[in-house]
Design a protein around this ligand. Structure first.
Ligand code: PMV
Length: 339
């Protein structure tokens, strides 16, 4: 094992899914392929100190404060890896983590936080195994991140990232892969309209779970695969209209699953629906490519090319600000880095 103590810090981004992962099987494997864009400003910085101990101990501080809930979660996660990495049983793991974005804003802190943790853990594993190059490093980090939180596996790369088998042996359910897209899509912006920052009433874990008995699950998985196979060529040719149409359809299908699940629930708010109507009207009137998507929550991610930024920002400022608790402006990012 590497000489202890071993200290490492990673900054890792959140991501927003264009094709949604909703429903899983086995050891956190997706029921359909998904595709996301890694963000730039919204990220987590995590420092991990590994030192010797008689049993696995975890101490986690979020913004300087001990967090029992997260400590418990991370300890469980590391325990689940002991079969493959028995050395974890003899470690004290001190984690200090800080998000650049506020809680409850529809920005996935689990994706950024758990990918940062997995990258640090991978650094530690690689410190006493033969280095096998970047590809192996990021594949292992992605697969470790996946086991902590599915969508976190996509955050170990920048730009656009796929996760899940998508036909003819392409793609993997075990880890994510970066995907190259047309140059016109390499500068997309994401403005996040936070209409409600309260903690959501139903967790994503419960939502994924409900897909196993959902009346529409097979249809939904097929729709996601269909969308995936449509969006990839559109992203390669830079057909933003097709990309945007699929983006919105995916967001609404995700929430349709929640509305019709065995224990139905609604995360959308009246302001979400009002903003959607206004975005559609703006697009119709201006012919500007501005599209929305949603995570598992009421807050809207507005996706648009940098070239349209000034008109879109004016629209957001004048029309959407009254509906928003806050607005966070972000853009496509280059992925995680040691910090
Ligand atoms: O990774 P989880 O378990 O937090 O699930 C993420 C689910 C969505 O954010 C709604 C979709 C996605 O693909 O990121």
């Amino acid at each position: 094992m590497s000489s202890l103590p071993f200290k490492v810090s990673w900054c890792s981004p959140s991501n927003i899914a264009f094709i949604k992962y909703w429903g899983k099987k086995g050891p956190q494997l997706p029921s359909n392929p998904s595709l996301s864009m890694s963000l730039k400003e919204c990220h987590t910085k995590t420092t991990i100190l590994f030192s010797e101990a008689s049993a696995l101990k975890v101490d986690l501080k979020l913004d300087g404060c001990r967090e029992d809930k997260f400590t418990f979660k991370i300890k469980n996660y590391l325990e689940s890896l002991v079969g493959e990495y028995p050395f974890l049983n003899h470690l004290q793991v001190d984690i200090e983590t800080h998000n650049t974005f506020p809680h409850g804003t529809g920005i996935a802190s689990s994706a950024s936080g758990l990918s940062a943790l997995a990258l640090g853990l991978t650094d530690f594993i690689f410190s006493f195994q033969d280095r096998r190059g970047d590809q192996d490093f990021f594949q292992l980090a992605s697969s470790l991140a996946r086991r902590a939180s599915g969508s976190a596996c996509r955050s170990v790369y920048g730009g656009f990232v796929t996760w899940g088998e998508w036909g003819n042996g392409v793609g993997s359910d075990l880890f994510a892969d970066p995907i190259d897209v047309h140059s016109s899509l390499k500068n997309l912006r994401d403005s996040i309209i936070v209409v409600d920052s309260k903690e959501k009433s139903v967790s994503s874990t419960s939502g994924h779970g409900q897909m196993t008995q959902h009346f529409f699950s097979e249809a939904r998985f097929n729709q996601a695969k269909f969308h995936f196979n449509q969006i990839v060529p559109a992203m390669k040719t830079g057909d933003f209209e097709v990309v945007g149409r699929i983006l919105e359809s995916e967001a609404l299908s995700l929430h349709a699953m929640m509305l019709t699940s065995p224990s139905p629930y609604t995360l959308l708010k009246p302001s979400t629906l009002k903003a959607i109507e206004m975005i559609r009207q703006f697009r119709h009137d201006s012919q500007i490519g501005l599209y929305f998507t949603l995570d598992a929550g009421p807050n809207l991610h507005l996706i648009y090319p940098e070239s349209e930024a000034s008109k879109v920002l004016t629209f957001i400022q004048h029309e959407l600000t009254p509906l928003a608790e806050k607005i966070i402006h972000d853009e496509i990012g280059e992925g995680p880095f040691r910090c």
